[in-house]
Write a protein that binds this ligand. Structure first.
Ligand code: ATP
Ligand code: MG
Length: 416
């Protein structure tokens, strides 16, 4: 029979690695707690319309990368390529705008994009993201950015650059798009086919093109940063003032437009040079028009999403994280001892101690080796004598010291 393999662009997270994921997830959840963000869980798939309208139908994600299919009822369904559109749909559908605002939400999800797999680029990948809905102030932009910076700080990840841009509101973009079009119209024939189309529909998207030719053609184009209205300029200046106040350093990168259509005003990316081409670990921005595009009240929002796989690539070597191993391993000799071990393991586990014993009928010697291999912190060998005397030798595996205690005192030794 042919060997079964995981689909291209997907990855198993094996037990030898999953503890690193759990560690990162626990740090992220702790930051959410400290910043007062609450979790939202939305479906893995949505009506295709949610992304077509929510992400924007001139984006790479929507035009090229979505996993879209008809279900058995003939509905067009899409596996979520990102988190924000589903959260926005839920916000509208559940009337959350009528509650206390801003709503500060986070999600930890898998996403699906049909892309060319390479290091840090998968077809199923994982995102951590936050969204703040129902707030227009620059303070919330700053809060999202400070949150992002906090992640790298707590995970000890250095060499990260925070890039910021101001891409203005709908109004300043309208005027700017005309300027950009005029600049590029004369070079139109040299643009790639996709960008020729973008020039008509959404010229700013050309900044996102990966072709070197297009990049060189757009290099000297006027930037949106220099063309925004006074409101948008003031908004951005307040954001950078707050970052300056708390001591977060950044660079202005007038070329960032972000891959998704819904952004406005502040956009930002945290980028690393350490993981090759896929250097953008976290990206986000303000999306004041999104909720309205999805048919809701005009609730403004700001958020970001971060790729967990890319974060883990970066965190290699930076994180001091160790796999958790059993606290205590019991080795029974004889039938009476076996029964005693069943009881002890059951009782200790119930009290939050990771207790373990052999499930594979190994010899006593082999059990010793096995206990060592799985990294048990303590071992206890129990035979008829130990039971008769009510005294159990609890051996510390790191220094070989043994203390003899009554069965109900084992917990105090192994907890220490
Ligand atoms: P890129 O330019 O690398 O394609 P993007 O702009 O498409 O990134 P976003 O849509 O902003 O990415 O998603 C936010 C984050 O999710 C990215 O910064 C990245 O860390 C992660 N990400 C996006 N696509 C993938 C993927 N295919 N595999 C792994 N991580 C990804
Ligand atoms: Mg992409």
């Amino acid at each position: 029979m042919a060997k079964l393999t995981a689909p291209k662009g997907t990855k198993d997270v094996l037990p030898s690695d999953s503890y690193r994921w759990q560690y990162v997830e626990s740090v992220l959840k702790q930051i959410c707690n400290d910043f007062n963000f609450k979790e939202i869980r939305t479906p893995t798939f949505e009506s295709t319309e949610v992304f077509a309208r929510g992400v924007g139908d001139t984006t790479d994600v929507v035009t090229k990368e979505m996993y879209t299919f008809l279900d058995k009822g003939g509905r067009s369904i899409t596996l979520r390529p990102e988190g924000t559109a589903g959260v926005a749909r839920s916000f509208v559908e559940n009337g959350l705008y009528a509650g206390v605002l801003p709503l500060k939400l986070f999600y930890l999800i898998s996403c699906f994009r049909y892309e060319k797999p390479q290091a840090g680029r998968l077809r199923e990948f994982h995102q951590f993201g936050v969204e703040m809905l129902g707030t227009t102030t620059p303070n919330s932009d700053a809060e999202a950015i400070i949150f992002g910076a906090e992640i790298f700080k707590r995970l000890n990840i250095g060499n990260i650059t925070l890039n910021l841009n101001n891409i203005g509101c709908k109004e300043c973009r309208k005027a700017y798009n005309e300027k950009l079009k005029a600049f590029l119209e004369v070079k139109k024939d040299s643009l790639c086919e996709t960008c020729q189309e973008r020039l008509g529909k959404n010229p700013m998207r050309i900044f996102d093109c990966k072709s070197e030719v297009c990049q060189s053609l757009i290099k000297d184009a006027p930037t949106i940063f220099d063309c925004v209205c006074d409101d948008c300029r003031d908004h951005f200046n307040t954001v950078t003032d707050i970052l300056d106040t708390v001591g977060i350093t950044y660079k202005i990168d007038k070329g960032i437009v972000r891959g998704l259509d819904y952004y406005s005003k502040t956009v930002f990316e945290f980028v690393s040079d350490n993981i090759g081409a896929q250097g953008t670990v976290l990206g986000g921005g303000r999306y004041d028009g999104l909720i309205a595009d999805l048919g809701g009240n005009d609730a403004p929002g700001i958020g970001f999403a971060m790729g967990i796989e890319r974060l883990l690539l970066l965190a290699e070597g930076a994180m001091e994280v160790f796999e958790d191993t059993p606290d205590v391993f019991f080795i029974p000799i004889g039938d009476a001892a076996k029964k005693q071990v069943y009881q002890l393991v059951y009782s200790l586990r119930g009290q939050g101690i990771s207790a373990e014993y052999d499930l594979n009928a190994r010899s006593v010697k082999a059990q010793m080796k096995y206990a060592d291999k799985i990294g048990a912190k303590y071992t206890v060998v129990i035979g008829d004598d130990e039971i008769a005397q009510g005294s159990y030798p609890v051996k510390n595996m790191s220094n070989g010291e043994t203390v003899n205690v009554a069965p109900d005192e084992i917990i105090t030794v192994v907890k220490a």
